[in-house]
Design a protein around this ligand. Structure first.
Ligand code: DON
Length: 313
C-alpha cells in the first residue's frame, strides 16, 4: 500500500467517491460515445457515475450512479459465469483464455486459430459463451436478466429493445464472426437465434449501483447475494484472472498498470471492477477512447486504487 493511504479497514468509501467525482469533473477530454450503434451515439460524454458495493450489499455512490445505461460488453462477465457454472471446464474446448491484443470485434485471429476465439470477452468469444448458454437454458438472455435482477435486488432491470434493434440493424460484423465460427462447428444454434440472444444480452440497461451489486459474487469467491454458491472459489478466481488479462481488450495491459484490478468494460461507457474479498465497483461515463474503454471510467478507477491502496497488487 502507498505510505499515505488509509488502511482499508478504516476506509469509508463515500468521501473517496466524492473526491474522485470532483477530480473527474475538472479533467478535460472525455472521449467520444460509441457511434457504431446509433442509439448510443446521442449519450452526453460528461455524464459520470460511480458506485462501490461491499460484500454485504452496502452500496455507496456518487454522480449518476443510479442512472441506467447500456451495459453492452459488461454482460460478458455474467454470461461467462452462468455458463461456467453449468458446463465447467468443457467450455475451454470452445474458447481460449489468452489476451488477443486485437480490437474487440476483430476477425483476423479466428482463421489462424480454427474458429476458436482467444478469450470469452472479445465479441467472438462472447458469442460462443452465449451460444453455449442458449443450448443449456433455451433462453440465454432471459437467464442473464433473471440473474442480474436477483443479484442487484432490482426487479425492474430490463432489455432495451431499441438498442437491441439498433444493433441488429448494424450487426454485420457480429454476424460475420458467428457465421465464420459456425463454419468450424463452434456454434450450436442457428446464427440468427444466437445474434438475437447476444444483442438482447448487450442491450440490458442497468445503473452503477445495480452492476456493482451484481458483480458481488466475484468478490465473495463465487457466493451469490442470497448466500448460495454459483461458482467454486477456483472458478471465481479464474474469471477474475480473465478480467484482468482480457477485460479491456487490447488496453488490458494499460488497465492493469493503471488500476491493478480485474475489470470489464463495455461500449456503453460502463466498467465493473473487483477487489476480491473486499468490494466491487462500477463506473459509468459514455465517452470512450479509441479502444472502446470509458476515458473518465478508467481515470476514476485509477484514482480509486491510488487513493485507497485497494488493488490485487
Ligand atoms: O458486440 C458489440 O458490438 C456490442 N454489442 C458490445 C461491444 C462492447 O461493448 C465491446 N466493448 N467494449
Amino acid at each position: 500500500m502507498p505510505g499515505n493511504s488509509p488502511q482499508p479497514s478504516a476506509l469509508t468509501f463515500q468521501p473517496v467517491l466524492e473526491r474522485i467525482a470532483t477530480e473527474v469533473a475538472q479533467t478535460p477530454g472525455r472521449g467520444r460515445p460509441a457511434d457504431y450503434i446509433p442509439a448510443l451515439a446521442a449519450c452526453d460524454p460528461r455524464r459520470f457515475g460511480m458506485a462501490v458495493a461491499e460484500l454485504d450489499g452496502t452500496v455507496y455512490g456518487v454522480g449518476d450512479w443510479r442512472q441506467p445505461f447500456s451495459t453492452q460488453s459488461v454482460t460478458k462477465v455474467f454470461t461467462l459465469a452462468l455458463d461456467l457454472a453449468r458446463e465447467g471446464d468443457a467450455l475451454w474446448e470452445h474458447v481460449g483464455r489468452e489476451p488477443s491484443g486485437n480490437p474487440f470485434n476483430s476477425l483476423v485471429q479466428l482463421e489462424y486459430e480454427n474458429g476458436i476465439p482467444r478469450n470469452p470477452f472479445i465479441n467472438a468469444g462472447a458469442l460462443v459463451v452465449t451460444d453455449r448458454l442458449q443450448t443449456r437454458t433455451g433462453d440465454a438472455a432471459g437467464t442473464l436478466l433473471e440473474f442480474l435482477r436477483a443479484e442487484s435486488g432490482n426487479a425492474h432491470l430490463d432489455f432495451d429493445r431499441d438498442i437491441a434493434a439498433s444493433e441488429t440493424a448494424n450487426g454485420d460484423r457480429n454476424a460475420a464472426l458467428a457465421h465464420f465460427m459456425a463454419s468450424y462447428g463452434n456454434i450450436d444454434n442457428p446464427v440468427p437465434v444466437l445474434l438475437d440472444q447476444y444483442f438482447l444480452q448487450c442491450s440490458i440497461a442497468a445503473s452503477c449501483a445495480d452492476l456493482a451489486l451484481a458483480t458481488g459474487f466475484l468478490a465473495r469467491h463465487g457466493i451469490r447475494a442470497d448466500g448460495s454458491r454459483l461458482l467454486s472459489r477456483s472458478q471465481a478466481k479464474q474469471i477474475n484472472a480473465i478480467m484482468l488479462t482480457c477485460g479491456t481488450y487490447d488496453a488490458a495491459g494499460d488497465f492493469a498498470y493503471r488500476v491493478g484490478l480485474p475489470g470489464k468494460s463495455g461500449v456503453g461507457g460502463g466498467i465493473i471492477a473487483v477487489v476480491p474479498g473486499r468490494c466491487t465497483l462500477c463506473v459509468w461515463s459514455p465517452g470512450l477512447d479509441e479502444r472502446g474503454n470509458s476515458v473518465a471510467g478508467v481515470a476514476a478507477l485509477d484514482r480509486f486504487t491510488t487513493l485507497t491502496g485497494l488493488s490485487v497488487f
